[in-house]
Design a protein around this ligand. Sequence first.
Ligand SMILES: [Zn+2]
Length: 148
Amino acid sequence: MSEPPPRLPMEHIRRPVLPWQTDRHLTECGRDTDGRVVITREECAAKIKRQGKQRAAMTTCMTCAETSDRWATWDVDPVQAVRRQVGGWGDTDPALRDEFIVIAALIEAHREEYDDMLAGLRGTLRLDEARLARRKREIRAQDPSRRR
Ligand SMILES: [Zn+2]
């Protein structure tokens, strides 16, 4: 009798963390990454593209895959990334409370720099919003059916 083919290891997806959380090493499904085969969201997307969804599903943790589809990363939406940790995991991680206290203390110690950076960021956003509004006006002007 021939032996069954060796089982390929199940790959989990590394959970994105908030930028200051360099000490967190969890999978999207909530397990410690130690001793597990862990890939990034980008590597998972490339794997699905390469192997197809059905074949990739045989060696990918589906809880990780579904969870990563539900939550945005900090780069995409910082508020949703924080919301995940504040309420998305059930109880709020007590370490997060300490991190917020330290962040507030750092801001207080560097108040002027914080205010300048925030004003700069808001200026950039207003510029983007102005560009978007101008673009919408241009599209409306080109499409006669959208005129009153
Ligand atoms: Zn997993």
